[in-house]
Write a protein that binds this ligand. Structure first.
Ligand code: TRP
Ligand code: ZN
Length: 877
C-alpha cells in the first residue's frame, strides 16, 4: 500500500554541531535501479545495512525522505507493513532492527515536477541529479548524511541514448525501445556524491594517462549544438589533472571521468564521483560567446570540481559542519592552480577583491558566521563566502605559517591517515601540526570565531640606536552570538623599504642574521611589538604582502600609501596601497559633497593613475580601476549611496579628461593585432584597453561614445563586445538602445549570452534602471525557473548599488517581489538572494525602514521555505 510522505513545511529547527552522534547503521553497498520517466520514475534501492559498533545496540533506523512516494519496503525479502515502520514528516523510522539485513525500498518520484533542482529533475528534456547537500533523500529513503559511506552500483533503464552515473560503465543492453546500463563505483562514498545523467546529449571525448599509467577516458556531455564550445573545458580538465599530480602527487582513480552540462542548476558545479555536473556557464565557451572572465571562470571551476576528487570525495566530511574541510581546501587548491596558469599577482588581487566584496561584507552583517558554524537551520544556506573563501584563506595562512614543504607533507599525512574516511576540520589541522611540528592549537580559533580582525600599526624609529619598533594591534567587532572576541594568530608577511624604495634586510632583536626578503611576523595578542635592529635610516613598512591574512589593515598615511604604490617589490602591496590611496581621495570627495561643497579630484590621484599606465597591462588594468561603490560604502558608517556615486563619477570624469591623450594612445596600441588568443598577456591587454575606453567615455570626449559603438559593432570577441556594451549602457545616448537591440537580435537564441544582455541592463547606473528591470521581468525570455536568468537580471541588479538602493524603495520592492515569487518553487535559490536586504543597518533610516519592511513581507509569506525563513529571520534581527 503506497504511503505518501511529501514533506512540505518542515518546522524550522536549529541543527547543532554539539549534537553530533554517529549513525546507528552503516551501509556497505547500495544497489540502485532507476526506471526513468519524466512523470513517474521508479527507484528500487537495495541497501546492505549493519549496525554501527559505535552506536547503541538497540537504536532504531532513521531514513531521510522528502517528496517521495513509498511503493514497497522489504527486509531480507519479507515485506514490511506500517506496523513495522512509521512514516514521519522528514522520513521513515524502523524501530526493531536486526544487526544486519538487506532492505529493498521502492519509491516513486516525479522528475518533471521537481522545480527545486535538488534530487532528480528534468532540464531541457534531459535528466540530472543534484544531491549535495541533502538531495539524495528526494530520490530514495536513506541516511542522508556524509558519514555513511557505501559502494554503489546504479542501473538506469530508459529510452535515452546517453545514461551516465558514477564509476565505470558496464555494457548497454537493448530491450525493445528501452536500454539499460549498469555503472559500478568501486570507491565508497557518501550519498551526496551520487549522480545520474540521462538524455539526448552529445559528447566531446579525450584521453588522459595518469602518471602511474592509468588510461582515463574523458567526456564532456552537452546538448546537441554545443559541441563546439567544449574545448576550453576539456583543456582545463587535462591541465588540472596534470597539476594535481605535479603539485600534490594526486592521481585520478577511475577509468572514466565525465562532465555533464545543464542549464538549470542552483550553483556553479558539483563534484559527484566520476561524473561532475556543471552549470553550462562553467563549461561552454567560444570566443564569440564567452568573455575572458568566462574563460577564467571555467578553468577555475573545472579545476575546483576535479580537485574535489581527493579533497572531498576520497576524504570526505563527517558532517556538514565540516563543509569547509572540503570547500576551503579545494578553493585554496583551485586558487593555486589558477595562479600557476597565469599571473600569480593578478590572480591574488582578483581573489582578494572577491573576498572583500563577499566575505568581509558577510562578516560585517547579520549573517556573519564562523568558517565552522556551530548551528544551522538549512545547510544549503551555508555554502557561503565565509565557508569557501575565508576557509581558503585559513588554509593559505597555515601554508604560510608552516611553510610550503611542510604543508605538502601535511597533505600527504592527511591522505595517508584518512583515505576513504569521513573526517573533521580538526583532523586536517592535526595532520598539518604533526607533519610540521608547529603548534596550531591557537590558530584553530580562525575556524570558530566569526568577524574580520582589524589591525592597526604604529611605528617609531630611533636614529641613535638604529632601532625600529613596529607595534601591531588587533581587534574584532562583535558578531551575532559572539559578543566577545579573542585575538587571532595572524601571519603578517612584511618587509621594510628605505627612503629610495629599496628593500632592506631585516633583523629582529634576537635573530642571528639579517633576513633579506619578505618575512613573517606572527601577531598573536591584542598588541604585539616587534623590535628591528641595525636599521640604517627611517624605513617605510610594507605589510600584509600577498595579503597574508584575511584582515583589515587601515590607518596608513596617504603619503606612505603613495610611496608603497610606487616602490614596493610586492605587487599586491603596490596595488593595495594604490587602492587605499584612491579610496581616501574618494571619501574626501564624499565628505565634501555631504558638506554641500563641490567635489574636487585630488591631482595626486590623477598623477598616480597616469603612472600606472605603462605597467604590465594586466596589473595596470587592476590598478586603474577605482575602488567600487560598494567597497567605498564598506568604509562608511552610514552609507551615502548618492554621494559615493557622484564622487566616483566625478573622479572618473577628471581622470578621463586629464589623461585623454594617453588613454587614447594606449587604446590604439593595445589591439589584438597578432590575432585573438586566450592567455594571460592577451587577456591583460584586452582588459587594459577596455579600461582605457571606459575612462575615455567617462571623460566625456566627443569621440569616445562613437569609439565604444565602433568597438561594439566590429568586436570579434565577446570580451570586447560586452565591454563596449557595458560602457554604452552607462551613457544616456542613442547608441545605447541601438547596441542593446542589435545584441538581442544576434543572441536571442543563446541562453548564456542572453544572460549577459539581461545583466548589462540591470547594472546600468542610469536612473531608469529599476523600471527597466521590472519590465525585463515581464520579458518573454525571462524565466523564473532558470536560476542563471534570475541571477543575471535580479542578482545583478542588487549589485548595482546606486539603483538598488534608490531612496524611493522601488529597487527593494522589485527585488523582494522576486524572492516572494521564487520561494514556492525554488527555496534554495530564493534564500540565497535574501542577503542584500540584510545590509539595512548600514544605511540611513529611510532606507532601513524600506528594507526591513521587505524582509517582513517575505517572513509573512504563508508556507515560506525553511531556507528563506532562516535567511530572512536572521537578516531582520
Ligand atoms: N560542492 C559544490 C562545489 O562547491 C557546491 C554545490 C553544487 C552545491 N551544487 C550545490 C551546494 C547545491 C549546495 C546545493 O563545488
Ligand atoms: Zn566545492
Amino acid at each position: 500500500m503506497p504511503a505518501d510522505a511529501i514533506a512540505t513545511d518542515v518546522a524550522p529547527q536549529e541543527i547543532r554541531l554539539a549534537d553530533y552522534a554517529p549513525p546507528a547503521f552503516l551501509i556497505d553497498t547500495v544497489d540502485l535501479r532507476f526506471d526513468l520517466d519524466e512523470a513517474v520514475t521508479t527507484v528500487v534501492a537495495n541497501l546492505n545495512l549493519r549496525r554501527n559498533p559505535a552506536a547503541p545496540a538497540d537504536a532504531a533506523l532513521h531514513l531521510d525522505g522528502e517528496a517521495l512516494t513509498l511503493l514497497r519496503l522489504t527486509r531480507d525479502g519479507v515485506p514490511l507493513t506500517e506496523t513495522d515502520y512509521h512514516i514521519v514528516k522528514a522520513g521513515l523510522v524502523i524501530p526493531d532492527m536486526p544487526d544486519a539485513c538487506t532492505l529493498q525500498i521502492e519509491t516513486r518520484i516525479a522528475p518533471k515536477d521537481n522545480s527545486e533542482l535538488s534530487g532528480l529533475y528534468v532540464s531541457g528534456g534531459n535528466y540530472f541529479t543534484q544531491c549535495e547537500a541533502q538531495g539524495f533523500r528526494r530520490i530514495t529513503y536513506f541516511p542522508d548524511r556524509p558519514d555513511v559511506m557505501s559502494r554503489y552500483t546504479t542501473t538506469i533503464i530508459s529510452a535515452c541514448p546517453v545514461m551516465l552515473s558514477n564509476g565505470n560503465p558496464g555494457p548497454t543492453i537493448q530491450f525493445g525501445d528501452r536500454r539499460s546500463v549498469t555503472w559500478t563505483d568501486p570507491h565508497p562514498k557518501p550519498c551526496y556524491l551520487f549522480a545520474l545523467v540521462a538524455g539526448d546529449l552529445v559528447s566531446v571525448k579525450d584521453h588522459f594517462t595518469t602518471r602511474s599509467g592509468r588510461p582515463v577516458e574523458l567526456g564532456v556531455y552537452v546538448r546537441r549544438g554545443d559541441e563546439d564550445r567544449c574545448a576550453h573545458a576539456m583543456r582545463s580538465l587535462k591541465t588540472s589533472m596534470t597539476w594535481d599530480e605535479e603539485v600534490f602527487g594526486l592521481e585520478y582513480d577511475l577509468d572514466v571521468f565525465n562532465i555533464a552540462a545543464v542549464s538549470d542548476f542552483n550553483m556553479g558545479a558539483m563534484e559527484n564521483k566520476g561524473l561532475n555536473v556543471f552549470n553550462t556557464k562553467y563549461v561552454l565557451a567560444r570566443p564569440e560567446t564567452a568573455t575572458d572572465t568566462d574563460y577564467q571562470g571555467i578553468e577555475t571551476v573545472i579545476a575546483h570540481e576535479y580537485f574535489h576528487n581527493w579533497t572531498g570525495n576520497r576524504v570526505t566530511c563527517r558532517d556538514w559542519f565540516q563543509l569547509s574541510l572540503k570547500e576551503g581546501l579545494t578553493v585554496y587548491r583551485d586558487q593555486e592552480f589558477s595562479a600557476d596558469q597565469g599571473s600569480r599577482a593578478v590572480k591574488r588581487i582578483g581573489d582578494v577583491r572577491g573576498l572583500r566584496a563577499a566575505q568581509f561584507r558577510e562578516d560585517a552583517g547579520p549573517l556573519a558566521h564562523p568558517v565552522q558554524p556551530a548551528s544551522y537551520m538549512a545547510i544549503d544556506n551555508f555554502y557561503t563566502a565565509t565557508v569557501y573563501n575565508k576557509g581558503a584563506e585559513v588554509i593559505r595562512m597555515m601554508a604560510t605559517i608552516i611553510g610550503r614543504p611542510a604543508f605538502r607533507r601535511g597533505m600527504d599525512l592527511y591522505f595517508a591517515r584518512h583515505d576513504n574516511q569521513a573526517v573533521t576540520i580538526n583532523d586536517f589541522v592535526q595532520a598539518m601540526q604533526d607533519a610540521s611540528g608547529v603548534d596550531l592549537q591557537d590558530f584553530k580559533l580562525w575556524y570558530h570565531q566569526a568577524g574580520t580582525p582589524e589591525i592597526s600599526v604604529e611605528d617609531t624609529y630611533d636614529p641613535a640606536t638604529k632601532r625600529y619598533t613596529l607595534t601591531i594591534r588587533q581587534s574584532t567587532k562583535p558578531t551575532p552570538g559572539q559578543p566577545d572576541k579573542y585575538p587571532q594568530v595572524i601571519p603578517v608577511a612584511m618587509g621594510l623599504l628605505d627612503g629610495n624604495g629599496q628593500q632592506l634586510a631585516t633583523r629582529l632583536q634576537g635573530d642571528p642574521d639579517p633576513a633579506p626578503g619578505t618575512r613573517i611576523l606572527l601577531a598573536t595578542r591584542t598588541e604585539n611589538r616587534f623590535e628591528f635592529i641595525d636599521v640604517a635610516s627611517p624605513p617605510v613598512p610594507s605589510l600584509l604582502r600577498d595579503f597574508s591574512a584575511p584582515v583589515k589593515l587601515s590607518g596608513l598615511a596617504p603619503d606612505r600609501l603613495r610611496f608603497l604604490a610606487a616602490h614596493d617589490s610586492d605587487p599586491f602591496v603596490r596595488w593595495e596601497s594604490g587602492q587605499q590611496f584612491a579610496a581616501s581621495v574618494l571619501l574626501d570627495m564624499v565628505a565634501a559633497i555631504q558638506a554641500g561643497r563641490d567635489p574636487v579630484t585630488d591631482p595626486a590621484l590623477i598623477e598616480a593613475m597616469a603612472s600606472t599606465l605603462d605597467q604590465e597591462p594586466a596589473f595596470a588594468a587592476e590598478a586603474l580601476a577605482l575602488p567600487g561603490e560598494a567597497s567605498l560604502a564598506d568604509k562608511m558608517n552610514v552609507v551615502d549611496v548618492d554621494a559615493i556615486h557622484t564622487a566616483r563619477d566625478t573622479a572618473r570624469n577628471a581622470i578621463g579628461q586629464a589623461l585623454c591623450g594617453q588613454l587614447r594612445a594606449l587604446y590604439d596600441t593595445l589591439t589584438d593585432n597578432g590575432g585573438y588568443t586566450i592567455d594571460g598577456p592577451a587577456i591583460g591587454r584586452r582588459s587594459l584597453r577596455n579600461a582605457c575606453l571606459s575612462y575615455l567615455v567617462a571623460g566625456g570626449d566627443a569621440q569616445a561614445v562613437p569609439l565604444a559603438k565602433a568597438q561594439f559593432d566590429t568586436g570579434a570577441n565577446m570580451t570586447d563586445v560586452l565591454a563596449a556594451l557595458a560602457i554604452l549602457s552607462g551613457v544616456d545616448c542613442p547608441q545605447q538602445a541601438q547596441a542593446l537591440d542589435r545584441f538581442y537580435q544576434a543572441w536571442q537564441g543563446d541562453p548564456l549570452v542572453l544572460d549577459k544582455w539581461f545583466a548589462i541592463q540591470a547594472l546600468s547606473p542610469l536612473p531608469a534602471t529599476a523600471q527597466a528591470v521590472r519590465d525585463l521581468k515581464a520579458h518573454p525570455d525571462f524565466d523564473l525557473r532558470n536560476p542563471n536568468r534570475i541571477r543575471a537580471l535580479v542578482s545583478s541588479f542588487a549589485a548595482n548599488q546606486v539603483r538598488f538602493h534608490d531612496r524611493s524603495g522601488a529597487g527593494y520592492l522589485l527585488y523582494a517581489d522576486t524572492i516572494v515569487q521564487l520561494d514556492p518553487t525554488n527555496g534554495q535559490v530564493a534564500a540565497r538572494m535574501v542577503s542584500p536586504l540584510g545590509q539595512w543597518r548600514r544605511f540611513d533610516t529611510v532606507r532601513q525602514h524600506l528594507m526591513q519592511a521587505e524582509l517582513q513581507r517575505i517572513l509573512d509569506l504563508p508556507g515560506l521555505s525553511r531556507n528563506t525563513f532562516e535567511m530572512a529571520s536572521k537578516s531582520i534581527a
